[in-house]
Every structure is written in C-alpha cells, then in structure tokens.
Design a protein around this ligand. Structure first.
Ligand code: ZN
Length: 647
C-alpha cells in the first residue's frame, strides 16, 4: 500500500541528510492526524464478505465520472465460476451507494442488502464450475474510507478525481469480492468523463473515443489482479512515455502528470529507469512486461502501487522506487492476509534500500541507520499484524515497513547474499504463488530450501516476537594480542528471551583492522581470538546488519575489571544529531574535541575538561549532513580518535 505520506515526505527528500530531524517530526504530526482520520473510518471498514463460493474470472467495468463532482455511476459485469452449487452469492458493496438493478441473462435478479454486503438470489441453483455472469448497475456518492478510497480535489484550479482502495475500500465505489483469496483473472476498464480530461487506469490504453462533449477511455489488463489494486484517476493530465530498455525487450513507463509538474516528473521517471533495471536483475523481469508500467499523479501525499499504474503524489526517488518494487512484491505476489502485509511493505521498503545499496551507495548506511532507529523507537511490536481490523496497525510504518525491511536485511545477513537472493527469486517466480497470494510460511519455505536450515527460531523471534536486543560487550586484550570478548544481551520485550544472531565486531588499531563474525547463542557467551596486532577500538556491527539499540561496548582489563587508564566510548552510535563521549581518565585533562566529516573538513570544535574517573561529555554539534564522522580528543601529550555515524 500506500507509501504513507508522512513516511514519504521523509524519504522523498533524497536523503539530503540534515533535513532528517525536522521532517521526521513533521512526519509524526502527520501520522497522528492520519491515524485519527482512519480510526474514525475503520469501524465499518474492515469487514469483507466471507463468500468464497465463486471464482471471479473477469470483470468489465464502465464508470462514468466527472472530476469536478463527487459522484459515480457504474456498470460492472462479472464472469464467475461457482465452486459449488449455489442459489445466491454475496458481494462487498457499500451501503452508501444505490444498486439500481442486477441483470442475469437479461433478467432482473432480486437482491438483498445488509450493511455492506449485497446478496444476489438466483432463480435456480447454479451448478459448480460452470462459468456464468451477471451485471450490476449502480450509482451514488461514494463514502471515502481508509486512505481515501474515492476522492475529488483540485490542483492549480483543475479538478482531479482518484481512487485508492487498499485495504478495504474497493466496495466503496464498485461491487466486488475484496477478500484476499481470489484475484480477478483479467479486466477491461472503461471510464467516461468530460472532454478536456484524461483517465488513467490499469493495463494498456486501447482507445479514447469522443462522443459529444464526453470521452470514453478503454484500459485493458490481462493479468490477475485483486480488487484493491484496480484504480482510476481523471484530470487534465499531460502524458509522456519513457522507455526502459532491456536486453530483449523494452518496457514503456507511461506517465499521467499534472501539467504544472511535468519537469519534476521527467526527472523522477528518468531516475526510475535504472531502478527498474536493478529490480529486474535481482528478481526477474518486470512482471507486467507485455503491457506497461506507469505513474498517475494524484492528490494524496504518498503513493499507491496500483497494478501497472502507480499513483504518486510526487516524483521523489524513494517514492517511485517503493511503488515500482510493489509491482513484484504486492502486485505480482500479494499478501494473502493483512496479517502478512510485510510481504508487500517490508519488501518495498527493503527494495528502496537496495537502490541505495547498489545504485547510490553513499546513502546506504544512512538508510539502514534510519530503519533501525525507526524500528526500535518503541520497545514492543511485531512484524506480524496482530489486529487486522486496525488500518493504522496494518500500515504501521514502524512495524510493517521499517521492521519488516530489517527482517529481510537480517535474513540476508544470516543466510548470505547468494542464498538470500536465490530464495527471493524462487519465491517471486514460484508458479504456485506468482500472480496469486502468499503467506509468510510460503516465503519461509523458499528461504529454508536455499539456506538448508530451519528458520523457525528466526521467525519466532523476528516475525511473531516483539522488540529488539540490546548488546553489552566487554572486551580485553593481553600483551600478546589475545582478545577476549564477553557478549551479553537483554531483550526489550518479554515475548523474546534471546535473539540468536551472528554478530559482526570490528577490531581496529587505526591502521589495521579485522572483522569477526560471532554466533551469539546465549547472553554472557565468551569468545577469544588471537590477533596479529593490538586493537584499540571495537566497533559493534560496523555495517549495520542488526536490529538493535542501546548497545554498550567497553574495554576492560583481562580480569574483567574496568581499565585503570583512559577509555573512550561514543554513545549512542549511530546517533541522531547529538551524542555523548564517555571518557574514563585518571587525571584532570583539558582537551580539544573536534569532529571531522568524511571529506576531512572540520565541522565542530570545543574545549572540554575532565576529572579523574568517568566523565560523560555531551556533544551537540547542531544539524549536520548524515554520514560517518571522526571525533578526535587531544592535548599536547595525548590523542584518540573514534568513528561516529550521524543521521
Ligand atoms: Zn508500499
């Protein structure tokens, strides 16, 4: 779904790092408003018809709308195959709309309405497995639920209309089966609207026909699609196309944009081509290659991955990457329950990270640090959605997006790149899942098959379990460079007593370094390793593979006692704008404290004084671009340097 607007504002900025703080605050305010608005709507919003006694094969929709008027009239012809003998069928359809008639073989069918369920009564029992069809004729003023299932607005004085049905809003504007158990095999969409506008929808544009002062656009889509990914948008669009050229094929990215945003859109879509090539390399060809990919601009702050035609509020790099990622993860394979929304959102979030990993590596570390920070902002919460009646919980940016993406990142770390990416390719191309639905167990089976090991424990901790670990590491060295490491761990939530993970530790003396990967299987575990040099610093998880927070690293004597001499630690690290230097000394020292950017530029300087014992020195350099910095403490006799990651 929805790439949430607040989250998006934060990411759409292309990581011009120093804006991170203020935008995140803005994001939180928006989130609050957003949660209030959806909680208001959600009471009536989470029910789906449980009727799965038919397989919907095809829908032909004809919608008549005017973007200046909040109204819809529709004809929906549904071809279905009963899976058993039926005398009635239930459809999801909002009680706010009027159903004028239901036609079956030219005859009016009687129907019953109860809340948002419409039940059609057949004159006699329909046999199982025989394709049949019926047509709905309806109209009214749609209620808008969720993220705005049917909306009208204006841009630069021009009216715009759009739909966004995820998760429970398709029934607000057309009669359908919106439960996640039956994709429609193919659709034709006809949109009739006043001349002067253009209509965007799923699949290939077949025709635009003018009759009087009205135009009818015909969009044809021949891939399986769930109800919530069907959408229309109408306004005074400018349309342009950008080719994405592959070895054997070209996919056209067709863009319906506000005329006043054409320049932005051309830049953003241009950048999106490389993203499409990357995702195709990693996960297989763009799934809807015989038709098209596209963007339609709409009036919501975020984006929505409507199949073959993502709706976007702007053309930022992250937003376009996220929505494109969904065409594989969310559209080609759709979560089979809202409990498993991370199969859509965790993946789309992680794939945006992979764009940084592989295409813009200068931002990759910051991207990871931010996902870790966001996931661990509270001590509880699982990736698994424990309450699908709450739209706010389903689309929790902390749990379904950030923590879901870190779950994938940790799997990659645990399994290694080769096994991880092979498993994901096997999953997304599995004929039993592709163009259908998947649950978490389906993904897990593919992961275990390439990894060759059971992942029950991993999923118990990171999918169903809540919270995150905090590591407490005490290390010492002998004069002949035998390094001993004592690794403790506490959990932020009682649902997980211990997180078993491989843990990377980097030992460095400023010239030489080595990275150890230790399998941490219980708190208090001891490790020792013989090095060829005397390390002066131990950096925990230097490449940010782990979801963790509030970690402590301390050098101690080989007896386990605190060092009698000077020790310097940075807390927390990574840090958000401000941090502390924890400095243990045996004497009064006057020190110059400086902070250096990666390009060698001095960005902060102050004088500090210490007393014998432990000193905690707050450092507040003000807003700085995200990145790695060196912090140096020195006087005439003495100098020490530590790395700190700011974001
Ligand atoms: Zn999304």
């Amino acid at each position: 779904m929805p790439r949430l607007s607040f989250f998006l504002l934060f990411c759409g900025l292309r990581l011009g790092a120093q804006q991170f703080g203020s935008l995140e605050e803005l994001a939180d305010q928006e989130k609050q408003a957003w949660i209030r608005s959806i909680q208001h709507a959600q009471d009536r919003n989470f029910q789906n018809s449980a009727d799965n006694r038919s397989d919907v094969r095809y829908c032909r929709m004809h919608w008549t709308v005017d973007p200046a008027v909040r109204y819809i009239s529709g004809e929906v012809m549904t071809v279905f195959e009963p899976t058993e003998n039926v005398t009635s069928l239930d459809f999801d359809f909002s009680e706010a709309l009027g159903m004028d008639s239901v036609l079956y073989h030219g005859q009016h069918l009687s129907f019953l309405r109860s809340g948002n369920i419409l039940t059609v009564q057949f004159p006699s029992a329909l046999p199982a497995l025989l394709p049949d069809s019926l047509s709905f004729f309806y109209e009214g003023i749609p209620t808008s639920t969720g993220f705005g299932s049917f909306e009208t607005n204006n841009h630069e004085g021009a009216p715009v209309l759009w739909t966004l049905s995820e998760p429970y809003g398709a029934m607000e504007w057309w009669p359908c089966k919106q439960a996640l158990n039956d994709k429609i095999d193919s659709i034709d969409v006809f949109v009739t609207h006043p001349a002067g506008f253009r209509a965007a929808s799923n699949g290939s544009l077949m025709s635009e026909t003018q009759t009087g002062n009205r135009i009818t656009a015909h969009w044809k889509h021949r891939y399986a699609i769930p109800a919530y990914l069907i959408a229309i948008a109408v306004t005074n669009y400018t349309v342009f196309s950008v080719p994405a050229v592959f070895e054997n094929d070209t996919t056209h990215i067709i863009n319906y944009v506000y005329p006043e945003k054409l320049a932005d859109a051309q830049i953003g879509v241009g950048e999106n081509v490389d993203v499409m090539l990357l995702f195709s390399d990693l996960f297989g060809p763009y799934p809807f290659q015989t038709e098209k990919y596209g963007h339609a601009q709409f009036g919501w702050g975020g984006g929505m991955e409507h199949q073959t035609m993502s709706f976007v509020g702007n053309f930022g790099y992250d937003l376009l990457a996220h929505e494109l990622a969904h065409q594989w993860f969310g559209d080609k394979i759709t979560c089979g329950s809202w409990e498993d929304i991370w199969l859509n959102e965790g993946f789309a979030t992680y794939l945006t990270g992979l764009c940084y990993n592989f295409l813009r590596p200068q931002y990759w570390e910051i991207y990871k640090a931010d996902r870790i920070n966001k996931s661990t902002a509270q001590p509880d919460g699982s990736v698994w959605v424990d309450d699908t009646t709450s739209v706010a919980r389903v689309f929790s940016s902390r749990l379904s997006y950030a923590k879901g993406s870190m779950l994938l990142h940790m799997l990659r770390w645990k399994m290694g790149d080769a096994a991880f990416f092979q498993a994901i390719r096997n999953y997304i191309n599995d004929p039993a899942l592709a163009f259908g639905y998947a649950r978490t167990k389906d993904l897990k089976a593919h992961l275990e098959a390439t990894y060759g090991q059971n992942l029950d424990e991993f999923f118990a901790d990171w999918f169903y379990g809540q919270g995150y670990p905090s590591y407490d590491i005490k290390w010492s060295k002998t004069p002949d460079n035998l390094v001993k490491i004592l690794m403790g761990q506490t959990s932020s939530h009682p649902s997980v007593s211990f997180f078993e993970m491989p843990v990377a530790l980097k030992l460095s003396n400023g010239i030489q370094d080595t990275v150890l990967v230790l399998n941490h299987s219980f708190s208090g575990q001891e490790f020792s390793v013989q090095l060829g040099f005397a390390p002066t610093e131990l950096i925990f998880d230097p490449d940010l593979w782990l979801l963790s927070r509030n970690n402590l690293v301390q050098e101690v004597l080989s007896t386990g006692e605190p060092l009698p001499e000077v020790s310097v630690d940075i807390l927390p690290n990574p840090a958000h704008q401000q941090f502390s230097v924890r400095l243990k000394t045996t004497e009064n020292l006057d020190l110059r404290l400086t902070l250096w950017a990666a390009d060698g530029k001095l960005v902060h300087e102050e004088q500090v004084s210490t007393m014998p014992g432990m000193n905690e020195l707050p450092v507040n350099p003000g807003p700085l671009p995200a990145g790695r910095y060196a912090i140096r403490l020195e006087n005439r006799q003495w100098q020490v340097e530590r790395a700190v990651l700011l974001y």
